[in-house]
Design a protein around this ligand. Structure first.
Ligand code: HEM
Ligand SMILES: [Cu+2]
Length: 534
């Protein structure tokens, strides 16, 4: 086909050229692409740190970097991956692009606020990277006090400022989504006709708006104690170090649902589409999302079982943590039931979607191990924990993010990506991921502590498997970058609905025009009105 075929219609991509037209845009779709570019950059910076960590751990002795540098590397990895990749990735890229399209709106409720969010993200990111280049931080992404507030000789305040700023970016996005979903749905689009991706982003936005201010406040207190030596967390000054952990995890546990709920939304869209079957138990799926969001606020103490909190507090937090498993299990069962009797096809987004379900399940089940008080005493601060949260956050959230990028790529770019490369990379990522992180469950069980850069020789073989897996995983992550960029120029032109999917976004042109729809769509049927082909 003629590779120089120009896009046939005026779309959001070609309605204005030049850097300036992008940097002052109020179009949610362009802002989504700005996020896509910046978040991809951060993902690769964070991955470089991970590569260094795994390289160091390939041998038992600390021979590649000093202990001090190692501390800075895993802090950099954690800070960047959590705040600059995982939390914004799905809402800011896919959510920004899709929320208005999926509800039949022309844009988000506050387009300027949306642009401001991206500038805050960039500013906060610049601050953080600057601090990391200037000398880095060695506290870990958790900033535990009093080490972070009184003892660490690294750039704690600067990184706190960066995270503080990016927090406002999250809050703005959350407010924007909440108002948009309440006020701007197309005629006929009732709450229980909304795609689950919208439900997921709605619940996530509520968490963002409620939890992020607590993080901002907590980190400010660390900075205040550090600069003014006022006793807030440091016991030597009359402060309470446990107070920090309570405040930090009050944000950071809900934060893991900020990462995983949108991923569940993506998985739902993909699984129902590629099994040509309406999602099973739609209402329960929506309630489960809300249930997870609410219970997520009640379980932060499971990060503090060994901190010396009261035994009864520990028991309550353990019990409540088990409760979260119920709505999570509802989701897994209903995805499975959707597949059952469906006409399944295995395009790349579906491979990512199925990978998400499997890895999320392993992550979730091992979470129950950790939620068991007695077991946690043995496993806490070991590699078991590292493996657990990587299964959720990387196996879950990153898989779904990649699946979503592939699924909506034709809509975003107007081009089809090369399907076989898509499938190949999904499989490489799945294998590389398991090879990297499964051995870490065993390492943790055998007692290897996290955040050490040396370890006994008998643990080397498991660490070597893990490091080898990381190489494969890195290849898997690089491939989409290459073939998606390639497809921008050489990919086949996409029509408006290449997957024959349901949902308003597929009624818009690919790529959509500036205001999304020529005429406001009217919704007459419930979500996912797929007709099973058998
Ligand atoms: C190439 C893939 C990756 C490898 C090999 C890797 C490796 C590691 C290792 C070895 C640690 C533990 C460091 C330590 O405590 O000593 C770690 C921690 C962490 N990783 Fe990853 N990681 C990868 C990808 C990711 C991704 C994609 C994310 C998020 C999107 C992520 C988020 C985190 C977080 C939040 C921590 C906690 C940091 C801390 O404990 O302070 N990782 N990673
Ligand atoms: Cu938690």
């Amino acid at each position: 086909m003629n590779t120089s075929t120009v896009l046939q219609h005026r779309s959001y991509i070609n309605e204005g050229y030049g850097l300036k037209s992008w940097l002052i845009t109020h179009d949610h779709k362009r802002i989504a692409l700005l996020y896509l570019i910046s978040i991809t950059l951060f993902f690769f910076v964070g991955s470089m740190a991970a590569a260094m960590i795994r390289l160091e751990l390939a041998t038992p002795s600390g021979d590649l970097v000093s202990a001090e540098t190692y501390n800075k590397l895993f802090t950099m990895h954690g800070v960047i991956m959590v705040w600059f990749f995982l939390i914004p990735s799905i809402p800011a890229v896919l959510g920004n692009f899709l929320v208005p399209l999926m509800i039949g709106a022309r844009d988000l409720a506050f387009p300027r606020l949306n642009l401001a969010s991206w500038y805050l993200y960039t500013l906060g990111g610049g601050f953080t990277i600057g601090a990391l280049i200037a000398g880095g931080v060695d506290t870990g992404w958790t900033f535990y006090t009093p080490y972070s507030s009184m003892f660490s000789n690294s750039y704690v305040v600067a990184v706190i400022v960066g995270v503080f700023i990016v927090g406002f970016s999250s809050i703005f996005t959350g407010i924007n989504f909440i108002v948009t979903i309440h006020k701007m749905r197309a005629p006929g689009l009732t709450w229980f006709r909304l795609p689950l991706f919208i439900w997921a982003n709605y619940a996530t936005s509520v968490i963002l708006v409620m939890a992020t201010p607590v993080l901002a406040m907590t980190l400010s207190l660390v900075a205040i104690e550090r600069i003014l030596q006022i006793g807030i967390f440091d016991p030597a000054l009359g402060g309470d170090p446990l107070l920090f952990q309570h405040l930090f995890w009050f944000y950071s546990h809900p934060a893991v649902y900020i990462m995983v709920l949108p991923a569940m939304g993506v998985a739902s869209e993909i699984i129902t589409c590629f099994s040509r079957n309406p999602i099973f138990g739609y209402r329960f799926m929506a309630y489960a999302i809300l249930g997870i969001a609410v219970i997520g606020f009640l379980v932060w103490g499971h990060h503090m079982f060994v901190s010396g909190q009261s035994m009864y507090a520990g028991m309550m937090f353990s019990l409540l943590s088990f409760l979260v498993a119920i709505p999570s299990a509802v989701k897994v069962f209903n995805w499975t039931a959707t597949l059952y009797n469906g006409t399944i096809s295995f395009e790349a987004p579906m491979l990512y979607g199925l990978g998400f379900v499997g890895l999320f399940m392993i992550g979730g089940l091992t979470g129950l191990f950790l939620a068991s008080l007695a077991l946690d005493v043995h496993l806490t601060d070991t590699y078991f924990v590292i493996a657990h949260f990587h299964y959720i956050m990387v196996g879950g959230a990153v898989m779904a993010y990649f699946g979503g990028i592939h699924f909506w790529w034709p809509k975003m770019s107007g081009r089809i990506y090369p399907e076989n490369w898509g499938r190949f990379s999904a499989i490489v990522i799945f294998l590389g991921f398991n090879l990297t992180f499964f051995p870490q469950f065993l390492l943790g069980y055998l007692g290897m502590p996290r955040r050490y850069h040396q370890y006994p020789e008998e643990l080397q073989w498991l660490n070597e498997i893990s490091s080898a897996g990381a190489v494969l995983l890195a290849v898997g992550y690089l491939l989409p970058l290459l073939y998606l960029l390639w497809s921008l120029r050489y990919g086949r032109i996409a029509d408006s609905n290449p997957w024959k999917a349901k949902g308003l976004e597929w009624q818009a042109l690919s790529p959509p025009i500036r205001d999304n729809f020529e005429d406001t769509p009217v919704v007459k049927e419930k979500a996912y009105a797929y007709i099973p082909e058998h």
